[in-house]
Each structure stands twice: as C-alpha cells, then as structure tokens.
Ligand binder design. Structure first.
Ligand code: ADP
Ligand code: ZN
Ligand code: ZN
Length: 725
C-alpha cells in the first residue's frame, strides 16, 4: 500500500483531498507545496498529513505530480493559524492556506529565489583554505568583515571563488544580509518622554509572554517611537517583530524611519502592491528578517523567531478584508500572538470601540499617551461653521475662505478635507430631475473631469462596479441638453479654490490623482514648501506629518452623522481626530474649521475637547443599550442573486434551517443597504449572540445545512464580525 497524502486545495469545499504518493518523490514533510491533478486541471496545494489509509478506493486515487522543493514548506505555525482562521471564519482551510501564500509560490513553475548576498557560514568562520588558494582566502577574509553583494563579486571577477567557498560549505548565498551587531542608528533616538518612559516600564517586563496592550495615544504623542523601543528590545533578544500597518504606500516615511533607526537589521516589507516576484521574495524573507513591516496580508507570513506583533492604527478598516476570506488582520494578529505566546501591541489615537472596550474591562492593558511628544506642539482649536446660518458658495463658506486666505498670507499651509473624489457626485437634469443612475448598481454615476492637459473627455464613473461612460450630450430621460454637475467632489473643489485663490499652489490627493510613488514626491513637495493647499479625501489623514500645516478645513461630513450604519459616527470621529491631528504639529498652533448643519451633534462637543475617551464611553453606552457590538457578536450571511426575490428566498430558507439555540438570535432577511451592485441584487441575514462561542458553534452546525439549499444563488458568503453592512 503506497502512502497517501492529504492535500489542502483552494476550493470552496471544507475538506482535504487524498492523493497517492508515487515512489521516488521522497519525503513530504507537512506543509510541503505539491502539484496535483484536480478535476481537469492541475493545482498547487499544501500537503498536510500522510496515512496508509483512505476512504476512497485506492486504485481510483490520483497521484501527486511533484513536490515543489524549490520553496520551503509552510511552517507548522502558519498551518495552525490557518486552522484557527478556518474555525473562526468558517472558511475552508485549503482556501485560507493558499490565500496565505504569495501568488508566485502557488505557481508550479520553478521558482529561483533571488539570493543577492554571499554570507559566511558557521563553518566558514574558522575555515582555513589552502594558502595557495589565495583568492579564496582573501574572499573569506572579506566575508568575515561583511557580507558581499553578488553584483560586486561579479564585477571583481570573484564569482568563481565565491562558488568554491559555497561548495566547501564556508559561505552561502542568502536573501538578506545577516543582521550585524546593532550599529548606532543613523537617527538619534530621542530621550523618552515621561509618558513614554512610564509606558516602557509597564511594557518591557511583559514582553516575554502573550498579552494584548492597547496604546491609546493622541496624534503626535510618540506611539511610533514607543514601538521602536519595544522592537529594539525584542531584536536584542534575537527575536523578530511583525509590524502591521494599514497602507504602506502612504507611509514611505515610516519605512525610512525604521531603516535609519535599525541600520544593521534586516527589514522586509510586504504588501499587495509589490510585483509578484518581489512579493514572494519578501514573504520568504520572513524566515530570516528581523522586522517585517506590512499590510494585513503579512499576518500570514512565516516568522520562526516571532517575538512581538505591533498593529499600528489598529482601528483602521483596511485591516478587515472585505471579500473572499473576510478576516480581520488585527484579530488574527492577536490570535497568532496568543498561539506563539508573544505580546500584541495595538496602537491608535482613536482605538476601535471593540479594542477600547476590552481595555476598559481589563482584558487588554491600556496605556495612554495624553501629551504630544514635542511639548511645544499644541492641539488645534476646533471651530464649527454653522451651515444653517452661513450660506455655502460652491461648497465653501466665507469664514472658511477667510481662514484659507489668512493662512496663505502667513506663508503657512492648509489642508481641505472632502471625502468624495471626482468632480461632482452626480450629473443632474434640472427639467426632469434625472440624476445619473448607474444601470448596474443602486448608486449614482460620479462625474469625473479629465485632467486639464489630457485629451480624454470627461466621464461618468460608477465607484461601485467600475462602469464608465461618456457624458450624455442631453438628458437621456427628457432630452434637455442643459445638464448640471450636482454637488462637490475633490476635483471641483480644487477648481473652485484655484479660481478663488489664483496665487495659491494647490495639490489634490485622492485615489484618482495618486500613484503610490507620487505620494512620496508630494510629501517632499509639501515639506519643501512648494504647496500651499492640499485638497483631498481621507488619504490626507494618513501618514505624513507636515510641520507648517496650520489649518485643516473639513467639508461636508454631515452624511455620516445620521447614517443608518451604527459605526458611522465612530468612523467619522476617528477621521476628524486624524485630520485635526494634521494641523499644527510643530511649534505653530493649528486651527480646524468644520462646516456642518448640525453643530449641536454630541460628536462635535467631544471633538472640540479632543476627548476620545469621553466619546468612546458615550458610544459604548449607546451600543450596550441597543445590544450592538462589542456587546454582542455578529455574523452576516450575505447572498447575491440576479433578482432580489431569489436572494431573499435563499436567506429565508437558510434561516428556516437554523438550529434553535436560545443564546443566538436570527433576524429577518433584508435587502442590503446597497441593494444592487454590478447587476446583482444583494440581501443579508444577521445572526447575533452575546456569546462568541455559542455563535461559533451555531454557525458550525448551520453552514453544512444551508450549503445544501437548491437552487443556488449566484454567491453567498459568511462575514464574521462584519464591519460594513
Ligand atoms: P504618533 O505615532 O503618536 O503620532 P510619533 O511617534 O510619530 O507620534 O511622534 C510624533 C513626533 O514627535 C515625531 O516627530 C517624533 O519624532 C517626535 N517624538 C516622539 N517621541 C519623542 C521624544 N521622546 N522626544 C522628542 N520627540 C519625540
Ligand atoms: Zn431630463
Ligand atoms: Zn455601478
């Protein structure tokens, strides 16, 4: 009887697949990547176990094609994390394991890892080649001083000698140079502030074990500095640090800062914007780097010496994946820290209410930084411009314009925040009230102006399904040729400001205007004083820290104040705190102006006092009263179908199959708030329980039941701890 291998494959099925291991393929350690036939194609999968038995007729079993020995096996800890993920998110293990791998490693064609460094091996340290091999001796000496880049060796015609040392086992090619004994940082770390010192006194002693520590520190209080101190300590113990951040493209300064602070250390970055090979290389670098800095997908990177996980801006919605495997990287980071018995440090100026509640009830250690690290930096004055009494002209009020003019006159910089990209949110027909509907979604098409130097015409675009179309020359409904742009987007705002302040140098930041690289360039331009006014969406709020920026103008956030989404005010508050934090960071006082028709909304009271804890407690009290997260746990079953009736019918049948559990409430199926996207109707069914365990068990029993329902809808998915509805 030949050995049978159980292989996890990227399929929607919650099971493993048995394959025969033909003789001659050698050992297959668990986690090995293997190529197998599947259906009429071949797939790369993860070999998980072996046995001598199978429930399938052995003769019918198909054979493993090859074991991909050009790449390392997935370490046991990643398999364990994936298993946790499978249980928690009710998602197939195989699909998770394959999602954890960088795409290039899921491709069976041979992978030649780039190993640009020649480094000394342990055997090489004491080795003594024959004195006659003088070149080899010299190279060995050079390696004892420092690793040598392949390019340099090639240029010096040393490749042959390098190969000889490798053949003798005295040197090896490596992905990363080994970390050197910590050379002094190229930036001098500042002496810790009293608050940072107090935080370190609480954190350093507990770095040896699992624990979740929430650092709530106002913008500029020195959270990043605190992470660096903790990482320094972890590295000195020979361990690795994983640092999760929301969006690496927006924070080139952060990576630089890390590199200057730890010049001898091996720092790898990981995010989905990397080219395929680089992404695989950097993922592999997890095996031997010192610090891995990356976005949510990095939570699955191999880190054999993991000693600390930091989640910066832990409240950021980008940590939750919104399709496929709908995981929260923050929550998985905590699960991973627990499995590895290492600390997890979450940091934010506006923690998620989920995390803050855990800190208040003592499950997380709460560490507060209440003062800005640079003592001269004051918190900005926040003023409201009441739109009920002060008229708007092209989206702007007189006081707002006055503030911009004054700031410009002082030679200081301003930012204008409007969370709506494009020229105008819709095109409008004044004669019949047609408002540019998207034919495929329940949304309006957004008017986008072509750049002034571009020959492309203006377009209508759907921000949900991506549909683009030309601007109709007349109303499609009534034929009126006089269509109007309705409302304000960042492009229009930029145009308005340019007309009103012709002397100002204005730059716009949003997804339409920014390539990741342009972001770094823009940062330099603002720092260098080449920009007076930055106009942009929430991208403005992240990353950069501009000392000469003293005014933040916030337009049109009222939609979020009375939104049906119960998290809308939490998110808005975080956003406004963050944008406000951009004003007046150095020694110049900042000013924030918010245009709103609801100046009496409690959110603004707390915002004006910079009182996150106060607002968080108020929101938490409300959530408790309404039985909402974090006081209850939610799972959403989402369905998409060509008709709303079909989507709802599927969910109603699923609800009928739900096991009766006293602690678990099953609500009625309803159309999703955004009921139609890309020609599919969307509906959802909410399941809720105060007990996480009861809810998990419920879904575990329920899923196999509703999976059987015929006819199928186009798509369904389970969203555990949904963030958006
Ligand atoms: P946060 O991440 O909380 O917004 P940062 O760590 O970026 O804050 O620090 C804000 C600013 O204060 C940075 O310019 C940083 O260099 C500076 N800073 C941080 N800690 C100290 C310190 N202990 N002494 C002096 N400056 C500090
Ligand atoms: Zn019309
Ligand atoms: Zn659309």
């Amino acid at each position: 009887m030949p050995p049978i291998v159980q292989v996890a494959l990227d399929t929607p099925l919650h099971r493993l697949f048995d394959y025969r291991l033909p003789e001659g393929l050698g050992e297959v350690p668990p986690g090995s990547l293997v190529e197998v036939p599947f259906g009429r194609s071949v797939q790369v999968g993860v070999a998980l176990g072996q046995s001598a038995e199978t429930t399938v007729d052995v003769d019918k079993l198909r054979e493993v094609i090859q074991v991909l020995r050009d790449r390392p096996a997935l370490p046991a800890e990643i398999i364990r994390l994936a298993q946790f993920c499978a249980d928690y998110y009710h998602f197939p293990l195989g699909a998770i394991l394959l999602a954890a791998l960088p795409p290039r490693l899921k491709n069976a064609t041979a992978f030649v890892a780039d190993t640009p460094w020649l480094v000394l091996t342990e055997a090489g340290q004491a080795a003594a080649p024959s004195p006659r091999a003088r070149a080899q001796c010299a190279l060995l000496d050079a390696l004892r001083a420092a690793p040598q880049p392949r390019e340099t060796l090639r240029a010096a015609k040393q490749s042959r000698h390098a190969a000889a040392l490798v053949a003798a086992g005295w040197a090896a090619w490596s992905r990363l140079p080994p970390s050197t004994d910590n050379p002094p940082p190229t930036v001098t770390p500042p002496a810790a502030t009293a608050e940072q010192q107090a935080a370190l006194e609480r954190l350093l002693p507990v770095l040896t074990q699992f624990g979740v520590h929430l650092i709530h520190g106002i913008t500029g209080s020195g959270k990043t500095e605190l992470y660096l101190c903790l990482i320094d300590e972890i590295l000195s113990r020979g361990r690795q640090a994983l640092v999760l951040i929301p969006e690496i493209a927006l924070t080139p300064q952060l990576e630089q800062h890390f590199r200057r602070r730890f010049p001898g250390r091996r720092i790898a970055t990981l995010h989905s914007g990397l080219a395929e090979v680089a992404r695989a290389e950097n993922w592999l670098a997890g095996f031997d780097c010192d610090i891995l800095l990356g976005t949510r997908l990095s939570v699955f990177a191999p880190l054999p010496r993991l000693g600390l996980i930091v989640v910066d801006e832990e409240h950021d919605a980008s940590f939750k994946q919104q399709d496929g495997l709908r995981y929260s990287a923050r929550d998985l980071a905590i699960a991973r820290a627990k499995q590895r018995d290492v600390p997890a440090v979450l940091g934010s100026a506006t923690p998620s209410l989920e995390s803050y509640a855990q800190a208040l009830n003592g499950r997380y250690q709460l560490i507060e930084l209440k003062q800005r690290a640079i003592s001269a930096a004051q918190l900005p004055e926040i003023e409201l411009v009441d739109l009920k009494h002060i008229p708007l002209d092209n989206g702007l009020t007189r006081p707002a314009m006055q503030a911009l003019t004054d700031t410009l006159a002082r030679g200081e910089q301003s930012l204008v925040f409007l969370n709506r990209r494009g020229y105008a949110p819709a095109l409008y027909c004044p004669s019949c009230a047609w408002v540019s509907p998207c034919p495929s979604c329940s949304a309006r098409l957004v008017l986008h102006r072509a750049a002034s130097h571009s020959t492309r015409p203006n377009r209508l675009k759907c921000h949900h399904c991506g549909l683009e179309s030309r601007i109709p020359s007349a109303c499609p409904n009534c034929g009126n040729p006089d269509l109007k742009a309705l409302g304000q987007g960042t492009q229009r705002l930029e145009e308005t400001l340019s007309a009103l302040l012709p002397a100002a140098r204005i730059r716009r930041i949003d997804r339409d205007s920014m390539r990741p690289r342009a972001w770094a360039e823009l940062g330099d331009a603002v720092h260098g004083g080449a920009v007076d006014i930055l106009v942009g969406t929430q991208m403005l709020a992240k990353g950069h820290d501009f000392p000469n920026m003293t005014l933040a103008l916030i337009l049109d956030t009222d939609g979020a104040l009375y939104s049906p989404d119960f998290r809308a005010t939490e998110r808005l508050f975080a956003q406004l705190m963050q944008v406000s934090g951009r004003a007046g960071r150095a020694d110049k006082p900042g000013r924030v102006l918010i245009q709103t028709a609801f100046p009496d909304h409690p959110l603004f009271r707390y915002l004006q006092r910079h009182d996150y804890p106060g607002y968080a407690r108020a929101l938490l009290a409300e959530r408790r009263q309404l039985d909402l997260p974090p006081y209850t746990r939610q799972v959403l079953l989402r369905a998409e179908a060509t008709t709303m009736d079909a989507a709802l019918a599927f969910l109603q049948r699923a609800a009928a199959l739900a096991p009766a559990v006293a602690e678990v409430s099953v609500f009625s199926a309803t159309p999703a708030p955004m009921a139609r996207v890309a020609r599919l109707e969307r509906a959802q069914l909410l399941i809720q329980s105060a007990s996480r365990l009861a809810l998990q068990q419920f879904v575990r029993d329920w899923r196999p039941q509703f999976e059987q329902i015929k006819p199928r809808v186009a798509r369904w998915s389970l969203d555990v701890d949904p963030l958006t509805f």
